[in-house]
Design a protein around this ligand. Sequence first.
Ligand code: ZN
Length: 388
Amino acid sequence: MTATVITGISVLVTNTPGGDGPLGEVTDAALVMEDGRVAWTGPSASAPAADEHVDAAGRCVLPGFVDSHSHVVFAGDRSREFAARMAGRPYAAGGIRTTVAATREASDEVLRATAARLVAEMHAQGSTTVEIKSGYGLTPADEARTLRIAGELTPETTFLGAHVVPPEFDGDARGYVDLVCGEMLRACAPYARWADVFCERGAFDGEQTREILTAAAAAGLTPRVHAGQLGEGPGVRIGVELGAASVDHCTFLTDADVAALAGSETVATLLPTIEFSTRQPYPDARRLIDAGVTVALATDCNPGSGYSSSMALAIALGVREMRMTTEEAVRAATLGGARALRRDDVGHLAPGARADVLMLDAPNPIYLAYRPGVPQVSAVWKDGHRLP
Ligand SMILES: [Zn+2]
C-alpha cells in the first residue's frame, strides 16, 4: 500500500489533546496517510518520507466533516414550496407528503441517481462521513428500498418510517404506528443502523415516539430523535431516556431538556441551514455548550425544509447566528458529528483514525465562517484516497 505525506500545512486541526486549543491545532505540520488510516502527524520539518508527496503550501488541513443528518434519497422538486414560504407561508410538517408521493412513484434508478449525486456533492464539499435517513417511502417496501439504496452510499443508515403519517392512514395514526413497529421495522432493520422518529406536532407524539423507538431498539437499531424543531415537546427527554445517540434540531428547549442532555451521552445535533431556509429562530448553541452538552452541526439536507448540503454554511451560521466560537463550530462539524454517530474512527486525525482529510484553500479553519458562501475546498481524501 502506498503512503502519502502532506507537508507545509499551516494549521493542522487534529481534534486531539496533543495539539493546541480546543481543536488540537499543530502549526507548520505534516500528516502521513497509509492503508486508509492516519499514520503520523507532527512538525513538517520532521515528516518521514512517503511514496507520494503533497505540498499544502500554507493551506490548513482538518478532519473531513461528519454530516450526521441527511435525507437525500427522494424524488420530486419542492423549490416552489420554498419560494412560497419565503413569500410568507409558514413551514409545516405536512409538506413531507409531497416528497412521499413523488418518491413512491420513482424507480430505484432515479432514487439511486439522486442520492449518489447528492453524496458526491457532499464529498466535494468536505463531508467524508454522511448519514442518510429513509422517511419518504412510508410503506414497508418503499422504506426498505430507500435504506438499501442509502446503504450503497454509507454505513450510517437510519430508519425513519415515523417521519409523518402517510395519507392512506389519515385518521388512523394508531394503525400506522402498528405498521411501523411491525412489518415495516422487520423489512427495514436489516438495512439500518439507527432508528429515528419525527417527534413534533403534526407528526408523532411522545407516546408514539417512545413506542416506535423501543420496538426499533428491540430490533437492534439505536435511537435518534427529531425534536424541538417547531416547538417544545417531549422528544428530547424521551431520547435521553432511551439512550438516543443524538437528538436533532433542539431549537425549542426547556431548561429541563437542557439539563437532561447535559447529564447524558446524547448529543444535541443542531441544523441551522433549516432555520435559514424556514426563516425560523436559530437554536441557542451557547446555552447548550455552556451547560456541558456535546453539540454537533449537520446539514439535514432534504428537499423540503432545507436543501443545503454545505457543512461550511452550517459552520458559518453556527458562528454568526448561534453564538458559537469558530473553534466550537468546526469541532461540532467534525468531532461532534462523529460523537452523534458514535464513531471513534472519524472526526479527528490522531494516528489510527480514518484518513478522511480536508484541505482548505485557506490558512486556518476560521475562514470557514469568515468567508461564508465562498468555495474553499482544495482537496479531500476519504479512506486515504484523494477524491476527484
Ligand atoms: Zn431531518
